[in-house]
Design a protein around this ligand. Structure first.
Ligand code: OXD
Ligand code: MN
Length: 598
């Protein structure tokens, strides 16, 4: 049960909460213990306060709806700030402000901002609570919606205070939606102080401080310092018909289907194969006693994009959101149902759109916001791995980097070695589409899908990846995939979704040293006939296009990477540009040979 009396004697924690309460002046400070009864009480209060709207509890037991402020629907990269002591430590890809200056500005914004409100003290653990990987954070927030969502996304409450004991080793998170003013919105990180101050937004990625802020930005800084990896990666378990269990971790930029891949249902021809989920967004990976890389999912829930989710694209996600789920900014009906674009059901005749306005079938406006979200406990997933909360984590056989590339990058490519694999991760990216304001076909580089989530300098981060090679006696193999290649008519050539199992199987076979591959100048690819395509609904031409390596495109790609490496600047590890030059020389040579000029 929540209490206004602190359920801890930890002097560091008590002093800090008191200091933050003095700054923000809440009417009440409420310590959360994470119990089921407390959750029910908070939900009841949130309903009274109209923060949550109950859905039809017969159809949607334990499910509630939340409309965000219309100006607050996504992460705000330009207002996300890394406050390292020097600008160089934040690096060229982050927005940097000196810590003293940012603290002063934020103090001004936080001063008195919880007047008349409750400050929820939300203790949480990232990672299984009894795991050596686990980190404790405390989030102080003025938002009951945030406190409740933290209850789903983390191990929240007493468990965290028990783990912390009397130590001072916790992430200090201060959060206030305050007036939800975009002009007064900042998501600030002080890695050296293990501190996050976030103001002016209630959106998950900005406000659930355990997720992107702690598990990735502060996490990546701690990982470098302590010799491990904090990555924007799903973790999946694959069980073969013979009962062999393997794990892979895979990085994709946001909105590239990570949750779908983590919950993949194999095609019917893959009799006996089972894919289970360990995590859908974040992996913390450390070298285990056996010299392998072991990973935990630091989260306890899924904060997934809703539109496009249906029983065909992701039946496990659909099953995960049938109970105890918060829906934010989808469309709802007056009788307590929900709907979104890409739902199995046809649009309702009328509903209430994500803005809270009446919506009619056929309207040009979307009923659900494209970034509307579900927050669901991972225990709801029928395909959850039984090792998802194992304190030791799971041993990783393969690391996968995936971009969204209409051209150039083939369906799958295995790196020659660790350095080449780091190069593939460092240069992955997505092409801008017609929907974006920049020119079509421009590649936004997104190293390891971490561009918005790096807590320190990008070049030093890549150096850390290279340094990890020496620390991992039995390293996973590294692969690059691309589900998003298009033909000249702009149509995807690879069906994706469950059929990605075909690629995954090859990756697993390669990782276990079981299948041959074709060596190309760019890496290893499946030899003809090695990808299991039985029953695949795609023409041989489409497969050819999905797997094609076009040396002209690759010359352009390798030349283009130079600009990205120049941006990283002087901390770029020299090996990575040498790798680029080696690949470029090989590609140019291959083109010369092909043209018969030698
Ligand atoms: C997310 C993201 O919400 O990557 O997971 O943006
Ligand atoms: Mn993500």
């Amino acid at each position: 049960m929540s209490s206004t009396v602190a359920p801890t004697k930890n002097p560091h924690l008590l002093a800090w909460v008191e200091e933050m309460a003095k700054l923000t002046t809440p009417e009440k400070v409420l310590w959360l213990d994470g119990s089921g009864q407390e959750r029910q009480e908070l939900i009841a209060q949130a309903v009274v306060d109209k923060v949550l709207i109950p859905l039809d509890q017969k159809k949607w037991p334990g499910c509630y709806y939340h409309h965000s402020n219309k100006n607050d629907v996504a992460r705000v990269e330009h207002l996300t700030i890394i406050c390292t002591p020097t600008k160089e430590e934040a690096g060229p890809t982050n927005t940097w402000v000196a810590p003293a200056e940012m603290y002063a500005k934020m103090r001004g914004l936080f001063a008195g901002c919880m007047k008349g409100r409750t400050m929820y003290v939300t203790p949480y653990v990232m990672g299984p609570a009894d795991s050596p990987f686990a980190k404790v954070g405390i989030e102080l927030t003025d938002s009951v919606y945030v406190a409740l969502n933290m209850g789903t996304m983390t191990r929240m409450g007493k468990v965290a205070l028990d783990r912390l004991g009397d130590k001072n080793d916790f992430n200090k998170g201060l959060h206030a939606v305050a007036e939800c003013d975009p002009e007064k919105r900042y998501i600030t990180h002080f890695p050296q102080d293990n501190t996050i101050w976030s103001v002016g937004s209630g959106y998950g990625g900005n406000a659930l401080l355990g997720k992107k802020c702690l598990a990735l930005r502060i996490g990546s800084y701690l990982a470098k310092k302590e010799g491990w990896l904090a990555e924007h990666m799903l973790i999946l378990e694959a069980e073969s018909p013979q009962g062999e269990i393997s794990y892979v971790a895979a990085a994709f930029p946001s909105a590239c289907g990570k949750t779908n891949f983590a919950m993949l249902i194999p095609p019917k021809e893959f009799v006996g194969w089972k894919i289970r989920t360990v995590g859908d967004d974040i992996a913390w990976m450390r070298v285990g006693p056996d010299g392998r890389l072991w990973a935990v999912n630091p989260e306890a829930g899924y904060f997934g994009v809703v539109p496009g989710t249906n029983t065909k694209t992701n039946p496990n996600a659909m099953a995960s959101i049938t109970k105890d789920t918060f829906f934010t900014n989808v469309a709802r009906t007056v009788d307590g149902d929900v709907w979104w674009e890409g739902h199995d059901a046809p649009p309702p005749e009328t509903c209430i759109d994500w803005k809270g306005d009446p919506w009619k079938k056929g309207s040009a406006d979307k009923a659900a916001h494209p970034n509307s979200r579900f927050t669901a406990p991972m225990a709801n997933n029928p395909a959850i791995s039984r090792f998802a909360s194992d304190p030791r984590g799971v041993p990783i056989s393969a690391l996968i980097f995936g971009g969204r590339r209409a051209t150039t990058v083939p369906l799958v490519l295995q790196s020659f070695n660790w350095t080449h694999g780091v190069y593939l991760g460092a240069t992955m990216g997505s092409e801008t589409t017609a929907a974006a304001t920049s020119a079509v076909g421009v590649v936004r580089r997104d190293p390891m899908a971490m561009l918005p989530f790096l807590g320190y300098d990008a070049g030093s981060y890549l150096q850390h990846w290279l340094d990890m090679q020496d620390r991992i006696p039995n390293p996973p193999k590294i692969f690059m995939v691309n589900w998003f290649r298009k033909d000249n008519a702009g149509k995807f050539v690879w069906p994706g979704y469950g059929d990605n199992m075909r690629v995954l199987k090859w990756i697993l076979d390669r990782s276990h040293g079981r299948t041959n591959a074709q060596e190309t100048v760019l890496g290893w690819v499946p030899a003809k006939g090695d990808l299991d395509l039985t029953g695949l609904d795609a023409t041989p031409e489409a497969i050819e296009q999905a797997t094609r390596i076009d040396m002209g495109e690759w010359q352009h790609e390798l030349e283009d990477v130079k600009e990205w490496f120049d941006k990283i600047g002087k901390t770029l590890p020299v090996q990575l540009d040498l790798e680029r030059q080696l690949l470029l020389a090989s590609v140019k040579n291959a083109r010369t040979v092909a043209a018969g000029k030698k």
